[in-house]
Design a protein around this ligand. Structure first.
Ligand SMILES: Cc1cc2nc3c(=O)[nH]c(=O)nc-3n(C[C@H](O)[C@H](O)[C@H](O)COP(=O)(O)OP(=O)(O)OC[C@H]3O[C@@H](n4cnc5c(N)ncnc54)[C@H](O)[C@@H]3O)c2cc1C
Ligand code: SF4
Length: 505
């Protein structure tokens, strides 16, 4: 019997590694997989370095680890079964749809067996979720309250701590002009990380993103330090500024924990507990910060994982707005005059990260209004972000961001410069005018924003949450303004298609 550890299951605290402390361990680092897509160099480095560090930590514990660096996953299994013919493998269920079956086929064709056990890297098991979910409307807020009750996190008996379930209203402040977010920690590459960078230098050479400087946590100790740093320095302002965008502050007060969480280096419950403990023991952590953070991890992260389970396989192909445009090249090149997009793509190119509001309200919003095929956008999020995995990028991109699947989103997350200017300060340094909709200087978001409900009237007019938007659209149509707006939207798309920024004067 051998415990198979996948690259995003790097924990000794759960699953078969914890349950079978004496068994041999198998890990496979497949280079062809890493080279197959245009993955961000930081992501390749992060995953391979975290795997090698994890291997070394297991060996230091005295566990036998067979670690195969091979071209493909199948080659790694060949090497394993050559050495251990007919071996029985046990693995935690991979989070990606269909991966367990594919894995089983690969193992069985090599004469072995594969036992798939529950994935313990989440707080809510499939069985518990399926007990809770009645098959009707899938709503995050209901699930979140269920999770709070089930876990007792931020609960006083049956009531939420502070009296409210949700302090969303207090999560929409913008920082003062002179605000400086605390520095974020970076983890300098050690010898193991450097050897990974060397090994992948050919694959990473000349790609669209910057291989250096790399500073993501790659070990359990680094990940715990990153958690401690967040809770100590950024948790207090996390809540108030959760929805804000500030020029020159690409992380603001966000946790930067999705990458170590998605690799298994941190567990969701321990990060929730660390935040709640800080709230209980300190005076500088307001309820809207701890509740906001708990809502993201215990609520959204768990929710999208199960929404993915429920929604697949249809979710992967869903496209209810029939959006078919190619992803503009600017998502790779960062070549745009639009200050908010420029900053968000720059963060992705530099470190494979943009914070949630940049992802949703800038990167995804622009793609939605522009009409990008949701699956092209999903592929980009998947490969370009250090925390991108199919189980989490797909529900967030295809459903939340692109309103493509009728799974849990109640209306499209579409916004004009009005929202972006209110929640961020990028417009101050942008050549476009956030208050103008037509004209060469007009913010490109604005014409696209009004073109979107006009172009998708059949799909969206009956949505009662779009009533206000259609009221305004009708006013513009009645006033004879809509034709010019749609013409400007066409110009914006044509320029973007040509790899240029829409013209300014
Ligand atoms: C279009 C789009 C694509 C996304 N793709 C990914 C992805 O590939 N991988 C990924 O981990 N997250 C994804 N997210 C969710 C979220 O934006 C990131 O988890 C978050 O920005 C990570 O940064 P952070 O650790 O600083 O998070 P914070 O903003 O500080 O939040 C704390 C933690 O909450 C969790 N979280 C918050 N929101 C979500 C969410 N909607 N879904 C899942 N977890 C959440 C994360 O684990 C995160 O670390 C996406 C969101 C959008 C809108
Ligand atoms: S004016 Fe428009 S493009 Fe420029 S920063 Fe503001 S919202 Fe973004």
């Amino acid at each position: 019997m051998t415990v198979l550890v996948l690259g995003d299951q790097l924990t000794r605290r759960a699953g078969p590694l914890a349950a079978r402390p004496d068994e041999r361990v198998l890990m496979i680092e497949a280079r062809a997989f890493a080279a197959r897509h245009a993955y961000h160099p930081h992501k390749r480095t992060l995953v391979a370095s975290a795997m090698r560090h994890f291997r070394d930590a297991l060996r230091e514990d005295g566990r036998p680890v067979d670690y195969h660096e091979t071209a493909t996953f199948g080659d790694g299994l060949d090497a394993h079964f050559d050495a251990h013919p007919g071996d029985d493998l046990v693995v935690m269920r991979p989070a990606s749809y269909g991966a367990a079956d594919r894995l089983r086929d690969l193992v069985e064709t090599r004469g072995g067996t594969l036992r798939v056990v529950e994935n313990e890297l989440f707080c809510c098991s499939p069985a518990d979720f399926d007990d809770w979910y009645d098959g009707g409307a899938l709503r995050h807020e209901d699930f979140y309250r269920y999770m709070r009750r089930e876990t007792g996190v931020l609960m006083e008996g049956d009531e939420p701590v502070g009296g409210e379930w949700n302090y969303d209203e207090a999560n929409r402040e913008t920082p003062p002009d002179d605000y400086e977010a605390p520095d974020v920690p970076t983890f300098d590459p050690d010898a193991t990380t450097r050897s990974v960078q060397d090994d992948y230098a050919d694959v990473n050479a000349g790609t669209w993103a910057d291989p250096e400087p790399f500073g993501w946590p790659v070990t359990r100790a680094d990940a715990l330090a990153a958690l401690d740093d967040f809770v100590t320095h950024r948790l207090p302002d996390f809540g108030p500024y959760e929805d804000a965008m500030v020029e020159g502050e690409p992380m603001l007060d966000h946790a930067l924990l999705s990458a170590p969480l998605n690799l298994g280096l941190l567990g969701p419950r321990e990060v929730v507990d660390a935040a709640v403990e800080a709230y209980d023991e300190r005076d500088d952590v307001p309820i809207e910060s701890v509740e906001g953070f708990v809502r993201q991890v215990l609520g959204w992260r768990e929710f999208v994982r199960h929404a993915y389970r429920v929604g697949m396989p249809d979710l992967a192909d869903a496209n209810r707005l029939d959006a078919t445009r190619d992803l503009p090249d600017l998502y790779w090149s960062g070549d745009t005059d639009m200050a908010c997009l420029d900053a968000a793509v720059a963060g992705v190119r530099q470190r494979g990260y943009a914070h949630h509001i940049q992802r949703l309200m800038v990167l995804s919003n622009f793609a939605l209004l522009y009409g990008v095929d949701p699956h092209e956008l999903n592929r980009w999020f998947h490969v370009a972000f250090v925390d991108g995995y199919h189980w989490v990028s797909t529900p967030n991109t295809v459903e939340m961001g692109q309103y493509a699947a009728d799974l849990f989103a109640t209306k499209p997350y579409a916004a004009s410069a009005n929202y972006l200017d209110r929640m961020g300060d990028y417009c101050d340094g942008c050549p476009y005018d956030p208050d103008a909709t037509v004209g060469a200087d007009a913010c490109p978001f604005n014409a696209l924003y009004w073109d979107f409900p006009a172009a998708n009237e059949d799909a969206l007019r009956s949505n009662h949450r779009m009533g206000l938007v259609y009221g305004h659209l009708d006013d513009k149509r009645d006033a004879g303004d809509l034709a010019a707006i749609r013409e400007r939207a066409t110009d914006v798309r044509a320029a973007t298609d040509d790899g240029e920024s829409p013209r300014t004067e």
